[in-house]
Design a protein around this ligand. Structure first.
Ligand code: SF4
Length: 361
């Protein structure tokens, strides 16, 4: 969900990098332990350098919830991440997104009304217990929908454990909103392609198969990871003998099946960092992270599988001027761009998150 961001006051537009750096640091020290800045792994270098914590969206939200003395949580990520932080933190903590236009195209591909329509059709057709599972990269509304319907959230690290449990119980899984993470996990846990149903919310005259599917996939995707192709893997292997290809499971199943390894962002970071000196990696994930991995592992070759267009452009909207503006407001006692989820939605979304943690811990 992208909201309208007020234009930044003109005084922020002409500031030098040094001036912004000085003022951001000054605000941080003035606000002290009242402030925690969270930086998602895909964040740009000139912003993530101010983060008190770096990580994926769920880990950052859990860390923020533990920092109970912090009244202000500034989330340098995208909208759904700030929503999750608000769901998990205590009522006196305020979550701030420095640019409200920092949305996520994947999360926006599943709207609540569309998901409810899908749910009604599946229940009417199959009458069997269907469990909705949403990737944490989804809006609070969709997480709450899962909470209401005995469902749960998942991350790219624990999707496998959740699928294993539900498939063993012979449930139909409705997986939202990322087709690819759902398909890749389903294939890994023994669901055949013909046992999957792809749900297009825009389809007209839909006919459901008589045989109930084991897995219903919402046809959402990440605009960054969708850009990786099997052909890029062939090309990079041709040019770099011995290179290993490591991709995120938001890539298509054609890419994941051709890669040497696939896993979550934390898995990618760990795999490259722990590999021996001289290793060579082509990494299929967001470019800011790949470039950072290359810098932090100078004894290894780390390339992006596709160097032309793999930035998360919405996350990149959080830049130094927006961060400085958000911190200036806080230092002056004003809270701008607070992300607040209504208590009923937050309660149901928390239920979905708790069920995930129960199964995956
Ligand atoms: S990288 Fe993809 S899934 Fe992640 S925030 Fe950007 S668009 Fe959304």
């Amino acid at each position: 969900m992208s909201l309208i961001q007020e234009p930044l006051p003109s005084e922020y537009l002409g500031l030098s990098q040094d001036e912004m750096d000085r003022r951001i640091r000054q605000n941080k020290s003035r606000l002290g332990s009242k402030l925690v800045i969270l930086g998602h792994h895909y964040q740009r270098d000139d912003v993530i350098c101010y983060a008190d914590y770096r990580g994926d969206s769920l880990k950052l939200s859990q860390l923020a919830a533990r920092e109970r003395q912090a009244e202000y949580i500034v989330f340098c990520g995208v909208h759904f991440m700030a929503e999750t932080a608000d769901v998990l933190t205590s009522p006196q903590q305020k979550v701030i997104l420095p640019d409200l236009m920092a949305g996520c195209s994947m999360a926006d591909m599943a709207e609540l009304a569309q998901v409810e329509e899908c749910w009604d059709s599946l229940e009417a057709e199959y009458g069997k217990e269907i469990i909705p599972v949403t990737y944490v990269n989804s809006t609070a509304d969709i997480k709450a929908f899962c909470g209401r319907h005995r469902g749960m959230t998942c991350t790219s690290s624990n999707a496998g454990r959740i699928f294993a449990r539900l498939l063993q119980e012979d449930r139909i899984i409705l997986f939202l909103p990322d087709e690819h993470l759902g398909r890749n996990t389903g294939l890994e846990y023994g669901v055949k392609p013909e046992e999957m149903l792809l749900w297009d919310p825009e389809a007209q005259d839909r006919e459901l198969p008589v045989q109930p599917p084991r897995l219903v996939l919402w046809n959402g995707f990440c605009s960054v990871h969708q850009k990786f192709t099997p052909d890029q893997i062939d090309q990079i292997r041709k040019k770099n003998a011995g290179i290993k290809v490591l991709v995120h499971p938001e890539c298509s199943s054609a890419v994941v099946s051709k890669a040497d390894l696939a896993g979550s962002t934390e898995f990618i970071i760990r795999t490259v960092s722990e590999s021996p000196a001289g290793s060579s990696w082509a990494v299929g994930t967001e470019l800011n992270l790949v470039n950072r991995l290359a810098k932090e592992n100078p004894d290894k070759q780390v390339l992006c599988l596709n160097e032309t267009m793999c930035l998360c452009v919405t996350m990149n909207r959080i830049d130094r001027p927006h961060l400085l503006w958000a911190l200036d407001n806080l230092a002056a006692g004003r809270v701008g761009n607070q992300i607040k989820i209504d208590p009923a939605t937050a309660g149901e979304a928390r239920l979905a998150l708790d069920r995930m943690l129960e199964i995956s811990s």
